[in-house]
Write a protein that binds this ligand. Structure first.
Ligand code: GLN
Length: 302
């Protein structure tokens, strides 16, 4: 069997199973087995695939067909050009969430367009660390704090930060720069109540909290249902965490600071109303790649 035939076979299985991106998924899995890129697979199309590689490919096809997403099978997912390690302990970073990073970059842009931005920011429910790490990567002078309630999740986020931003290798404590991102465990703002090490106020607070309505969890695709429930379930109307963040953020924002939240497009009106009730100003939404309102932001008074 040739590489091209194996690829077509895999894509065919995925298509019959109604997988959204059959050719892409099959290509990513075959490239993984052959330790190459998807682009090189095309060139290698007429070559034959060894028995052993074919068997490994079949094993990955079966995992995908059983409802495991490609990101969990490969253990990585690209987000804003960076490759994040992902495990079932973290939500797979979505392209939608790049909108949150873009909105944050817009708010953090200095007036003269320079990147000399030393402000403090906080990322709540950081998960794989995708948002916090992307922001620090693009604005290296930012001071970034990021938290999650799950210690298992934070382990992945810390590993991602060290690999993608560089860290402090063991034994070089004094010479090397400090941890690029300050991760801490806790339930939203609770750890800031005892601020021995944490700043109490930030210029920007971002979050992609769990926001799926409990009643909709069962109807999610098998792929999403393998992701941590803790990262998805936002309570009856999906707004449990968002409500708490909106209520507590003003006590932790510097004057003129911004809160940016990712949520479901159907929740935007309700969230705007909550923000207004709590006295936020300049409420605005940002659209994701599919044109839907995916991020909402607001500021507190100067
Ligand atoms: N966007 C995710 C989904 O559609 C939900 C992520 C979240 O709850 N933060 O499954």
């Amino acid at each position: 069997m040739t590489i091209r035939e194996a690829l077509a076979q895999g894509a065919g299985f995925f298509k019959s199973a109604d997988i959204d991106t059959p050719a892409l998924d099959a290509g990513l899995l075959l490239a993984e087995v052959l330790h190459t890129s998807r682009a090189s697979l095309i060139a290698a199309g007429p070559d034959s695939i060894s028995e052993e590689n074919y068997r490994s490919f079949q094993a990955l096809l079966e995992r995908r067909l059983s409802g495991e997403c490609v990101a969990y099978i490969l253990g990585r997912k690209e987000f804003r050009g960076l490759e994040f390690t992902v495990t079932p302990a973290v939500l797979v970073p979505r392209p939608d969430t790049e909108t949150l990073v873009e909105a944050a970059l817009e708010k953090l842009a200095t007036e003269d367009g320079s990147t000399d931005n030393r402000v403090k920011i906080l990322d709540l429910c950081t998960g794989s660390g995708a948002v916090a790490i992307s922001l620090k990567h693009e604005l290296p002078r930012l001071e970034v704090w990021a938290s999650d309630i799950s210690e298992a999740t934070l382990e992945i986020a810390r590993a991602n930060a060290t690999r993608l931003l560089g860290g402090r290798p063991l034994g070089t404590e004094l010479a090397a720069p400090a941890e690029p991102i300050h991760f801490f465990q806790g339930d939203l703002f609770a750890p800031l109540k005892n601020p021995s090490l944490l700043p109490t106020h930030y210029s920007l607070i971002v979050s992609n909290p769990p926001y799926v309505c409990t009643g909709e969890i069962e109807g999610l695709s098998p792929e999403v249902r393998r992701e941590p429930l803790l990262a998805l379930d936002g309570g009856e109307d999906g707004l449990d965490l968002i409500r708490r963040i909106i209520a507590e953020a003003p006590a932790h924002l510097l004057p003129g600071g911004w809160l940016l939240l990712e949520a479901d497009p159907r929740q935007m009106k309700a969230i705007a109303a909550l923000l207004e009730t709590k006295g936020y100003k300049k409420i605005q939404t940002y659209r994701d790649l599919s044109g839907q309102e995916r991020v909402i932001g607001a500021s507190i008074n100067e």
